[in-house]
Design a protein around this ligand. Structure first.
Ligand code: XLS
Ligand code: NI
Ligand code: NI
Length: 446
């Protein structure tokens, strides 16, 4: 099979990236990601379910608030539908060459927005046909799609939470079309990221009403999706701010409370983005654990932020610590289900060589592959679990057990305290566990 689709190769000179192992000097090779290698009961590719993000890799040209594009995509300046076809070819060529099994897109990343609702719908239908063919040809699948309801000026005051019903309805037209595209492409999930679902000032905002509208909107989307045969998972992607000052889907705990309050937790799970956790002042692992504990861990936008500034810098993930902690949570959860690890990350503005896109993804994939291997070792060794279990041992028998079972009253607790007298200090041993983690991470392995 050729490694590109269509008749033009967009990344000439770069072949299929292969696994060469940790000692390889070849920057265009995997050092840790060996797709068919088994870890536990699954292969690495089955565990990790990597996905490339259309918007960052094939749309964004390296602009920032102070500077114009630094990248010249070959489709820039072409007729919009011709450009859409070229972008699709580039995406599937890239995914095939990097052994990426999935891709993700916003409606307007893939298909040009038209002047009317009907024209926009038609464009997306045409592009969906193109994508479907390329999926078939390459075997690359849709992890999720979503509607971009934040770029167009009509959404400046929000989409589902806009104070103007006309805008809410316009947003609904986009979600309807995006869901239809998803079903046509056999998407595994459908994402809502509410970049403008929030407010800048309470002086002009009825927060309660806006959140009720959001819940109603999500119910309608769910009902329509199920009606047309969407069997995948709906996902909400929390983020506390940016572009809005305050976003309603602030963090995992907030979203879970919202989903439960509206009875949406049967159909919706969460898509956790590492950089959004950073913005909410939480570690990535915290957000994943909150979702796992609620049984609502859906998917991951694998990237990283910068701890020293407050932006969504969407850098490629390189932290082994973060990847190890994330993969421990995911493995114990039983895997990502319909979700995956989507690289919602873009190159730095000055990374302008065509190979840089490959190097960035190779790094992200190797980081999570290594994280997976180490997390699996940590779980199999069982020392962390044993420590945690022993830390709570006082709830495994006697009154502690009765307390957990709801058999004791507050007076019973008081009497127990009297009987036991002064409390003995018990160390949490954090440093010992951190040293152990380092020992395992830096252990020599092949
Ligand atoms: C932006 C979000 C966005 C979503 C999809 O911060 O991460 O890229 O993942 O709309
Ligand atoms: Ni994201
Ligand atoms: Ni983001």
């Amino acid at each position: 099979m050729s490694h590109f689709v269509g008749d033009k190769e967009f990344f000439p000179g770069i072949g299929k990236i292969s696994y060469e192992g940790p000692d390889s000097d070849n920057p265009l090779a995997f050092k840790f990601y060996n797709p068919e290698r088994r870890i536990g009961n699954k292969t690495m590719r089955e565990h990790l379910r990597f996905s490339v993000a259309y918007w960052h890799s094939f749309c964004a040209g390296g602009t920032d608030p102070f500077g114009s594009p630094t990248l010249q995509h070959p489709w820039r300046g072409s007729d919009p539908m011709a450009a859409a076809a070229m972008k699709a070819d580039a995406c599937f060529e890239f995914a095939t060459k990097t052994s990426m099994d999935y891709y993700c897109f916003h409606d307007i990343d893939a298909a040009p927005e038209g002047g009317t609702v009907e024209e926009t719908e038609r464009n997306l239908q045409l592009v969906t046909k193109m994508l479907k063919e390329r999926q078939k040809e390459s075997g690359v699948k849709l992890l999720w799609n979503t509607a971009n309801m934040f770029s167009h000026p009509r959404y400046m005051n929000g989409a589902a939470t806009n104070p103007d019903f006309h805008v809410v309805a316009y947003a609904a037209s986009q979600v309807k079309a995006a869901l239809e595209s998803n079903v046509e492409l056999g998407g595994a999930n459908y994402v809502f990221w509410g970049g403008r679902e929030g407010y800048f000032s309470l002086l002009n905002t009825d927060m309660k009403r806006e959140q009720e509208h959001l819940a109603r909107f999500l119910m309608l989307a769910r009902d329509y999706g199920r009606k047309i045969g969407f069997t995948g998972t709906f996902l909400i992607e929390p983020k506390p701010m940016e572009p809005t000052k305050h976003q309603y889907d602030f963090d995992a705990a907030t979203v879970i409370g919202f989903l439960k309050a509206w009875g949406l937790d049967q159909d919706f799970k969460l898509n956790i983005e590492a950089n959004h956790a950073t913005l909410a002042n939480h570690p990535f692992a915290h957000e994943l654990q909150v979702c796992a504990d609620a049984g609502l861990l859906g998917s991951v936008d694998a990237n990283r932020g910068d701890p020293h500034n407050g932006w969504d810098t969407d850098q490629f993930p390189t932290s082994i610590y973060d990847a190890v902690e994330a993969m421990m949570i995911i493995l114990k959860y039983g895997g990502l289900g319909t979700g995956g690890l989507n690289f919602d990350a873009h190159l730095r503005r000055s990374s302008t060589d065509p190979e840089d896109l490959f190097l960035a993804h190779i790094g992200g994939m190797d980081t999570f592959a290594l994280g997976l291997m180490i997390a699996d070792e940590l779980i199999r060794e069982g020392k962390l679990d044993a420590f945690v279990q022993q830390r709570y041992a006082s709830f495994d028998e006697g009154e502690g057990k009765d307390f957990e079972a709801g058999k004791l009253t507050l007076e019973d607790l008081r009497n127990y305290a009297v009987r036991r007298g002064a409390v003995q200090k018990r160390s949490g041993k954090q440093e010992m566990l951190e040293n152990y983690l380092n020992q395992v991470i830096f252990r020599t392995r092949k």
